[in-house]
Design a protein around this ligand. Structure first.
Ligand code: BDR
Ligand code: CA
Length: 311
């Protein structure tokens, strides 16, 4: 039976590829909803982009809900310098013809989790604002969330937005704190994993060679998205972050990690938004997260090409 999931997201080219991967995998994953949050670009755009993606995947029955317009405490910061002004530059998608579904994402996360006969997996691909607010509004939903699988954080790799903080956590560290300290089992895909999943030219060509609208859009948007990180890190490709979350649900053996204590720094200062991970077990703290630190990157791209090829 397909695993019920909610995808909370701020597309973003790498969010887009994650969404396509999930929507291309209906035998394994039942996407109950896509909930948009402000992050890479402002909320209006993350909603529009989510709608354009369900249309691209021909899965317009999947509802897209509008979520939080800003983080819980901080002011919103966005990342057009990486993703372009639309958030999906390079994809060249037509404007969506479908409408967002009625209701606020925070309420819908609560309703959907409560109504599910099976525990729901919550996938977070952006700042954790919507999920944290749902947990604040109705903490009883914890009982029916099987796990939260998140792209965020970094430990040996450090940060990509400040020296110590990764973007999704830095945008809303207070939300990340609420979610990670909730008692729900967490699986974390930090930069330590995603910086080993590089969109090299050969890998991008495989998407282009699919010759389908989804393959062409994937190749185009990842080519655009790459340029910033290739220049910044001097790597042969850009790190492909968010699809690791969905790939983990489809093929967990692609990843290696450890069950460890994880917390988020919420005190102001140079370590705000840092994910503090007791990798070596130097505390007696209870492990609350499986934190990944390695990936079979060839297997990951094989999975992506095969699934996006189905759309
Ligand atoms: C994360 O931040 C965003 O720019 C990406 O979409 C990804 O979720 C990587 O730090
Ligand atoms: Ca994202």
């Amino acid at each position: 039976m397909a695993k019920p999931i909610i995808i909370d997201t701020d597309p973003g080219q790498d969010d887009a590829v994650a969404i396509l991967l999930a929507l291309a995998s209906p035998e394994e994953l039942e996407v109950l909803a896509i909930t948009a949050v402000a992050g890479n670009v402002p909320l209006d755009l993350t909603v529009t982009n989510s709608l354009a993606l369900v249309e691209l995947a021909n899965r317009t029955e999947v509802p897209v809900y509008r979520g939080s317009i800003r983080p819980m405490v901080k002011e919103l910061i966005t990342a057009e310098y990486v993703h372009g002004p639309t958030g999906l530059d390079g994809a060249d998608l037509p404007p969506p013809t479908i409408e967002e579904a009625e209701g606020h994402a925070v309420d819908k996360i609560i309703d959907i989790v409560k109504a599910s006969s099976e525990k729901v997996t919550v996938c977070t691909l952006g700042p954790l604002t919507n999920v944290a607010l749902a947990l604040v509004k109705d903490p009883s939903i914890k009982e029916n969330i099987g796990q939260v699988v998140s792209m965020g954080g970094g430990f040996f790799e450090g940060g990509n937005t400040t020296p110590t903080a990764e973007f999704n956590i830095y945008v809303d560290p207070h939300a990340a704190h609420v979610v990670f300290s909730s008692g729900i089992p967490i699986v974390l895909m930090p930069l330590d994993v995603t910086h080993k999943a590089l969109t090299t030219k050969d890998r991008l060509q495989r998407f282009a060679d699919l010759g389908t609208p989804a393959g062409t859009a994937t190749a185009g948007m990842l080519d655009f998205y790459d340029r910033w990180d290739i220049e910044k890190y001097g790597l042969p490709g850009g790190p492909l972050h968010d699809p690791t979350v969905i790939a983990y649900l489809l093929q967990p053996d692609l990843f290696v990690g450890k069950h460890v204590p994880l917390e988020v720094e919420i005190a102001p200062g140079p370590t705000l938004g840092m994910t503090v991970i007791d990798w070596w077990g130097v505390t007696d703290d209870e492990p609350n997260a499986i934190v990944m630190n390695d990936i079979d990157s060839d297997g990951f791209f094989d999975l992506l090409v095969e699934r996006i090829g189905r759309l």
